[in-house]
Design a protein around this ligand. Structure first.
Ligand code: N2P
Length: 373
């Protein structure tokens, strides 16, 4: 994993040079200048890709990040976000945005590299986007558990390493509390996993099932140090947190960062035996985007096999372009947390649409849980 810090340093420099110093999205572009405003997850791009796109096309990329689907949806549903490319997760956000008329269809003729995408994976997304009209898979991953190996061995040696029990059973959480338990600050991402652990349908919108989730989470609430947006990469890598409900690649980035720091911190990612939620993050264009043509050019560029391989090498999430595999570093391609074997994939589950009333009930529950009331 050599070079992770160097890459991050260089990333910061490149981001600073080419992206962050750009004027804010609302500033008017100079006459003739072509721009594209991107709104993506944090820690989810290879800065070289953006830099190369700008050099090759002359199109300036203004880049902004979010760290939860709640933030992204709120901005898009309010309209006039100013963004030309967004990256919502297939369910529930991407499908909800399609139904709300908030996305523009992709013009396949202008995005020939769509043909590089794995047809089986694109078919899986058809339940969210019939006919694959509105999105292209960017990266995919799961939501599972990240933990600090030494802390777990010291504080809860007999706790299971293969089950949601590690986090969700109060007797385990209680022992790990002193080294820092963190949860994603996202009802959307946490609730389906807890439903699954409870043996209920992860898609359930039944109020009794939601009450069961609330009661389970209240059982570990006293032991949760923080609800964090953005995947807690830094907290896990530095040893500030030792147990996290988190996105796969963010935990694996934290593991790489910890290894590079050389302070003996080992972070592991697990897909619990009860199952983990599989998510496809989709490249999409807001319906009111002002630079759709530039957006399609950038989406086409991102779907080039060598560009996509660079992104996977940098952020440690798998992509959906099989012909990029030959350019992916062997330690990434062979990491079962990143490209899982079939036996692990068999434990993945996907979620479907959540109706508005159930979404509101989930948000209210989440607010109560966080406030501890
Ligand atoms: C990026 C997290 C994106 C994962 N840091 C959401 N599926």
């Amino acid at each position: 994993m050599k070079g992770v810090s160097a890459m991050r340093f260089l990333s910061a420099v490149l981001l600073g040079a080419s992206l962050l110093l750009s004027p804010p999205a609302a500033a008017p572009a100079r006459a003739q200048e072509r721009v594209v405003n991107v709104y993506n997850w944090s820690d989810y791009i290879d800065p070289y890709a953006i830099d190369r796109f700008q050099r090759e096309t002359g199109i300036r990329v203004r880049y902004d990040v979010y760290d939860s689907l709640e933030t992204l949806e709120a901005k898009l549903l309010a309209g006039k976000s100013g963004y030309d490319i967004v990256v919502p997760t297939s369910e529930p956000s991407f499908s909800r945005l399609i139904r709300a008329g908030a996305l523009a269809p992709l013009d396949a003729a202008r995005i020939p590299h769509l043909a590089n995408l794995d047809p089986t994976m694109m078919s899986q997304v058809k339940s969210s986007d019939p006919g694959n009209k509105f999105g292209a898979i960017y990266l995919w991953g799961t939501t599972g558990i990240g933990y600090n190996a030494a802390k777990l061995a010291a504080l809860a040696p007999d706790a299971p390493r293969d089950s949601w029990d590690l986090l969700l059973k109060p007797e385990n959480a209680k022992r790990m509390a002193k080294c820092g338990i963190v949860l994603l600050d996202s009802a959307i991402d946490v609730i389906p996993s807890v439903l699954r652990w409870l043996g209920r349908d992860p898609n359930s919108t039944d109020s009794q099932d939601l009450a069961a989730v609330e009661s389970a989470l209240r059982g570990i609430r006293p032991y949760i140090r923080a609800f964090i947006g953005g995947g807690a990469v830094e907290q896990l890598a530095s040893g500030e947190a030792c147990l996290a409900l988190n996105y796969s690649g963010d935990v694996i980035q934290a593991a790489a960062r910890a290894e590079e720091a050389g302070k003996g911190i080992q972070i592991r990612y697990i897909v619990p035996k009860e199952g983990a939620q599989l998510a496809f993050d989709m490249l999409a264009i807001p319906a009111d985007a002002l630079h759709k043509s530039e957006a399609m050019e950038l989406i086409n560029f991102l779907l080039k096999p060598d560009v996509m391989a660079g992104i996977t090498n940098q952020v440690r999430y798998p992509n959906a372009i099989p012909i990029s595999n030959s350019s992916i570093k062997p330690d990434i391609l062979n990491d079962p947390g990143i490209y899982p074997p079939q036996s692990v994939r068999d434990r993945f589950f996907t979620i479907g649409a959540v109706p508005p009333e159930a979404t509101r009930a989930r948000s209210r529950m989440w607010a109560r849980l966080k406030s501890g009331g």
